[in-house]
Design a protein around this ligand. Structure first.
Ligand code: SF4
Length: 465
């Protein structure tokens, strides 16, 4: 029996295929739980290194963290080799993207598929106590030993050319909203929970000791629990007044908690990432975002009044996008002085529809989709106007080109602006050379979790794999 081999500690390999420049919490947290039970745990971040050439056959359990779409795409290309080389290991995939892709993962040889609240079951798989049904994971301080140094991950670029080493922390899990396109929604169904403050502080402390001078909060939404967030920041600021931070905060929270913004600034908030998605109220309605285009404009003003930079993200290409709507989005980005605040890839992203997406609940929507495609881990769709799909493909190629070639954001935007106008048969109005808005602090690797990976991302990670 498989469990009979595990007495005396197992040899466990935990793999993160890709977390967009972040040191993976999902590996460090699992490592802490398993090492506390005397298992030998090896951590591999494929974005920074590669799998061991030898010795895969020695592992008893291999866990792969699938917290992102791109990670899952990389994992599916890796699994046949892992299955063959680690024949006796129990293969486990865990994270937000594991349950929706259960069938495919099992076909590729995965033995156990766990969701994002995976820790207790992972412990049980290594001979630990069986989890109580419905019990919540007891968090511990992540054990980051064995992961590459923070300096190898995304750093913070400051407008004056300075840079800061970034620590990556999480203060909560899940989300209390039900945005239809969000991959968290089918798994968390509107629930979220706070990670105890002392654990977050201890995790921040160990990264500050490692040299972090800026913390990036990876919470799906930092203000799902505003009291928890504020108390945490208060303590962090008291202990390390020089530490700055960034967080993801949704538009409706920026509006609802406008009174808190000055305190966020006081505690060191340099910028907020916010999922604006679209300025088109019809599209926002389909996505059930809970905000309007006008709310986005208002949130930009509130953030600037509080002295916090705002970095909107978008899903500009959807089945409902029109050429005029896309040009309007670019126009609003320009008029709001956000060209320097928006990563160019955000203006070329195509909506992903994974298995279980709440978009599939829109009456009649499924009829507009092609059957689920394993190659993209989603339901392919076409815009009713083929010029829109053609434009998106051209823009994606353009963005990949500019990201590899040292273009500034204004010249990247100018290419998108020209191509969009060309697609609709119009001459692009000139862009003012000084109209790109303020330069803002930003991470050296742009964050977008649920978009199609770019060719360069896949290529870079394939090297590690
Ligand atoms: S898109 Fe953001 S606010 Fe909406 S459910 Fe997902 S994490 Fe929550």
């Amino acid at each position: 029996m498989w469990l009979s081999r595990i007495i005396g500690g197992m040899k466990v390999l935990l793999i993160s295929p890709y977390e967009l420049g972040r040191q993976p919490f999902s590996l460090a947290h699992a490592a802490a739980l398993l090492r506390a039970r005397d298992h030998e745990v090896v951590l591999i971040d494929l974005a920074q290194g590669s799998l061991p050439r030898e010795g895969l056959e020695d592992f008893d359990l291999i866990g792969i963290s699938l917290g992102m779409h791109t990670a899952t795409r990389i994992a599916t290309s890796l699994l046949p080799m892992l299955r063959a080389k680690a024949a006796r290991a129990r293969l486990v995939c865990y994270g937000v993207y594991a349950p929706p892709n259960r069938g495919l993962l099992e076909d590729l040889g995965v033995d156990v598929v766990l969701g994002p609240e995976f820790e207790d079951e992972l412990v049980a798989l290594t001979g630990g106590e069986e989890p109580d049904k419905g019990a919540k994971v007891a968090f511990v301080v992540p054990d980051r030993k064995g992961l590459p140094a923070l300096t190898r991950y995304a750093h913070l670029q400051l407008p004056d050319g300075g840079r800061k080493t970034v620590g990556f922390v999480e203060a909560s899990r899940g989300c209390k909203y039900l945005c239809r396109h969000c991959p968290l929604v089918p798994v968390y169904e509107g629930r979220f929970r706070a990670i105890p403050r002392d654990l977050v502080i201890a995790d921040a402390a160990q990264q500050i000791e490692e040299g972090a001078t800026h913390l990036s909060f990876g919470d799906p939404d930092f203000l799902n629990g505003p009291t928890h967030a504020l108390r945490l920041l208060e303590t962090l600021h008291e202990r390390w007044p020089h530490i700055t931070f960034d967080a993801t905060i949704k538009i409706s929270h920026i509006l609802a908690h406008r009174d808190l913004l000055p305190r966020l600034r006081e505690y060191g908030c340099l910028f907020m990432t916010t999922a604006a998605e679209s300025f088109d109220d019809t599209v926002l309605g389909f996505l059930d975002k809970g905000h309007t285009g006008e709310d986005i404009r208002h949130a930009v003003v509130l953030a600037r009044q509080a002295g916090i930079a705002i970095a909107p993200t978008f899903v500009p290409f959807t089945p409902w996008t029109t050429l005029d709507g896309y040009i309007d989005l670019l126009t609003q980005v320009r008029d709001l002085g956000l060209i320097n605040s928006v990563s160019p890839i955000q203006l070329a992203i195509r909506l992903l529809i994974p298995e279980g997406s709440y978009l599939l609940r829109i009456p009649g929507f499924r009829d507009r989709l092609k059957p689920f495609a394993e190659a993209i881990l989603g339901y392919p769709w076409q815009n009713p106007d083929p010029r829109v799909d053609a434009l998106q493909a051209r823009l994606q190629t353009w963005v990949e080109h500019v990201e590899g070639g040292g273009h500034d954001r204004l010249s990247a935007f100018a290419g998108l602006w020209r191509l969009a106008h060309e697609a609709s048969g119009r001459k692009a109005p000139p862009l003012a050379a000084d109209g790109a808005g303020p330069h803002i602090p930003r991470l050296s690797e742009p964050w977008y979790c649920c978009a199609e990976p770019t060719t360069s991302q896949l290529a870079r990670c394939a090297v590690g794999a």
